[in-house]
Design a protein around this ligand. Structure first.
Ligand code: MOS
Length: 720
């Protein structure tokens, strides 16, 4: 089905199932510990041996020799594969560093061996017996500030609108500041894990924890140079991803090599202390933001230049992603620099680009509001736009940013905020209030599904994943609504490479794309059923199929009917800017003597089209807000510049927000629909919930203390 014009009135407008709060279908399986995660496939691979990885102890250079002789003789060891025994493997999709093979070390904790043994403890003990001799690479400069100074002002701007120099000359107020965001790790609950059966070295089954079945399936074929037909990938339950599991990683590669070597299925989990340097992370950023405004608060110039790092061929973190489009402004200059550095791989993490960019831009907006002596809510309202400011012929498909700010201000009680930095106190705590705008693009991808009507039950098969987001549930709601059936009569089968290719889960495109794909498949099924019944355009409602004289219960359709289709996105969408919008309001307390910041309450307002399921959507947003607390106050990958690795590479040293850090959270969804976005008029919300949160906290901390911190995290040593 091609989506080739804005959605008109349709089945989803009746709001019977789509749009209603519904508890997670997979909830009971998860909370009772019975959902089969990739490392726990005792159902599918009960005899799996244990794999344990060995990781490089240098940042870059090469291996001169490895001695695994003693390890091979250790108790319980079935097989060992070292990187020197294997030709460098091809790289899968978006793998920047090689995952395994050869002597070259491109980053710290690169996988260099896998040990397979009868028990986990035996494998781990044997891995520790392998000795490695390295040759360090040449000295490298890992100073991102210095790199930024070297490239600043060079290269063609990515966006250049108007005479920006003149705008800054003539402005009533100008701000010009540097901002820093640190490297961040996804730190999802479940590490990267796979169980692989490649016992015969021919057909391969991969039970893994991954967001993107089809990409992963193709990457495994590329990496091992085998026919994709021989590979099956399943990932029905995923304990969080946040972007860390978009691509094939070493867990699956090592389990496969170990399985082939041992002639038995092998399961392997990357140990937590290896995840951060072995897999990917969000690059640190250095950002310079200059804003120029009129005395009436209108932005005249927005100048944003940023740098991040990656291994050669990577993408870094584009902190300027939102700047061309979010706020009005006559002139604009935007430039993102990507600096090659031999550090662990950088790639997407929840809201890649905007999450880091808004951490800086939304502080800058606060600073400008203060320079203009304006209410920061009002300042943002004045600078709203209904067209892409870098290309004014392109309107937004649907944008209610102003309403987000107004509704949020009301719900939060913004009128009663502290108006003098450092001027409000509750015992030993200085109280501050902050606001930030939120923006995240609304991407969609092609997405397919198969719909099968069998014995009164509807079965939906698609390779879509549920990474803890609620895909099972919203897809069942979509299918039930489209077929006029009860949700209880829908069986969801997800995340298997044998099923039609979906969008997968990433970039907050999963919900809008995959629900559209299920809708397309169900519409194809309706057509087939109608054809079988010999009727035209029947209605499917209340469990019945009706057309003219025909009126039969879906349960009475005897033969099994199956149809497959995918949603394709028509070019008409290119005539619109599609985004999701929000506003975050935060109250913090900063301890007057220690400088510790605690978040006391949070309000988020989201404008993301039709909300398919308010429970699962709210969970996404409060999860994003929790992640934003970590980003604001504690998360910081500590770089060892001499050796090129992150020193705090576990959950003891890398501190994410925990339950005790999370205050009262209020989430308000605007009652909007975006007919340009998808047939359901829905957009994603899972990344929007993070965007802007950290800046709202930093702004509140400034409001509490009068101390402006532009470098994250806002820790107590910076509150001096
Ligand atoms: Mo997302 S960072 O594309 O999982």
């Amino acid at each position: 089905m091609e989506f080739n014009k804005p959605a008109g009135e349709n089945v989803f407008d009746n709001g019977k199932i789509v749009g209603k709060p519904m508890k997670r279908i997979d909830g009971p399986l998860k909370v009772t510990g019975t959902a089969p995660y990739a490392y726990e496939r005792n159902d599918a691979a009960p005899d799996a041996l244990y794999g344990y990885p060995l990781a490089a102890g240098i940042g870059h250079g090469r291996i001169i020799s490895m001695d695994a002789e003693a390890a091979r003789e250790a108790p319980g060891v079935r097989a060992i594969v070292t990187t020197l025994e294997i030709d460098p493997l091809e790289k899968g999709m978006n793998n920047v560093a090689r995952l395994f093979g050869g002597a070259d070390i491109q980053h710290y904790h690169q996988a260099i061996a896998v040990v397979v043994a009868d028990t986990f403890e035996q494998a781990r003990a044997a891995a520790a017996m392998i000795t490695v001799e390295y040759e360090d690479g040449a000295e490298v400069n890992l100073d991102l500030d210095e790199a930024f100074r070297n490239v600043e002002g060079t290269g063609e701007p990515d966006t250049l609108v108007g005479d920006i120099e003149a705008a800054f000359r003539d402005a009533a107020a100008v701000i010009d500041n540097m901002y820093h965001t640190p490297g961040e790790s996804h730190t999802m609950m479940e590490p990267h894990t796979s169980t692989v059966d490649w016992s015969d070295g021919e057909d391969m089954t991969v039970w893994t924890s991954n967001q993107m079945i089809n990409w992963n399936h193709g990457s495994i074929a590329t990496t091992f140079g085998i026919d994709a037909e021989r590979i099956r990938v399943e990932s029905p339950y995923v304990g969080g991803g946040f972007g860390a599991k978009l691509w094939l990683r070493a867990d699956a590669v090592l389990a496969a090599l170990g399985s082939r070597a041992a002639g038995a299925p092998v399961k392997l989990a990357l140990p937590r202390p290896m995840v951060m340097n072995n897999t990917t992370h969000r690059s640190a950023t250095v950002q310079r933001i200059r804003l120029a405004a009129d005395s009436d608060g209108r932005l005249k110039g927005i100048w944003h230049e940023a740098a991040s790092y990656c291994l050669p061929g990577g993408r870094g973190e584009n902190a300027t992603a939102q700047t061309p489009i979010f706020y009005a402004g006559e002139t604009r200059r935007v430039k993102n620099h990507v600096i090659d550095m031999p550090l662990p791989e950088t790639a997407d993490m929840r809201a890649p680009g905007e999450a880091s960019g808004l951490m800086a831009l939304e502080i800058a907006m606060d600073e400008m509001a203060e320079a203009l002596d304006m209410d920061p809510v009002q300042f943002r309202i004045v600078n709203d736009t209904q067209v892409n400011p870098s290309n004014p012929d392109i309107p937004f498909s649907d944008r209610h940013f102003v309403e987000c700010l107004e509704r949020g201000a009301e719900a939060f009680g913004w009128e009663d905020r502290n108006r003098t930095p450092g001027g409000m106190r509750d015992g030993d705590w200085l109280i501050g209030h902050g606001v930030a705008g939120a923006y995240r693009g609304a991407l969609v991808l092609p997405s397919g599904a198969r719909a099968i009507l069998s014995g009164g039950k509807l079965i939906i098969e698609t390779d879509m994943t549920d990474i803890g987001t609620g895909s099972y549930t919203i897809l069942a709601q979509t299918a039930a609504e489209t077929m006029g059936m009860d949700v209880d009569d829908v069986e969801m089968r997800l995340a298997n490479s044998a099923y039609p290719v979906s969008s997968g889960s990433g970039g907050q495109f999963g919900a809008p794309s995959s629900t559209s794909g299920v809708y397309a498949a169900c519409m194809a099924l309706r057509e087939k059923i109608a054809g079988n019944l010999g009727v035209e355009n029947p209605s499917f409602a209340g469990g019945r199929i009706t057309a003219g004289d025909t009126d039969i219960a879906i349960a009475d359709v005897n033969e099994e009917v199956s149809a497959e289709d995918a949603i394709q996105w028509g070019d008409f969408q290119k005539g619109y800017a599609m985004g999701t919008f929000g506003a975050h309001f935060v109250e913090v307390g900063v301890h007057a003597y220690t400088g510790e910041t605690r978040v006391r309450r949070m309000v988020a307002v989201c404008d993301a089209g039709r909300i398919i399921n308010p429970i699962t959507a709210r969970s996404q947003v409060i999860g994003g807000m929790a992640m934003g607390i970590g980003a604001a106050l504690s998360e910081d990958m500590a770089l060892d510049r001499a050796r090129g690795f992150f020193a705090n590479h576990d959950m003891a040293g890398y501190e994410v927000a925990v339950h005790a850090d999370i205050p009262e959270q209020t989430v308000i969804f605007l009652d909007t629909t975006d007919a340009v976005a998808t047939p359901l008029k829905a957009k994603g919300v899972g990344e929007l919930g993070l965007c802007g949160v950290a800046a709202a906290i930093a702004n509140a901390a400034y409001n509490a203390t009068g101390i402006r911190v532009r470098d994250y995290p806002v820790t107590l040593d910076r509150m001096i």
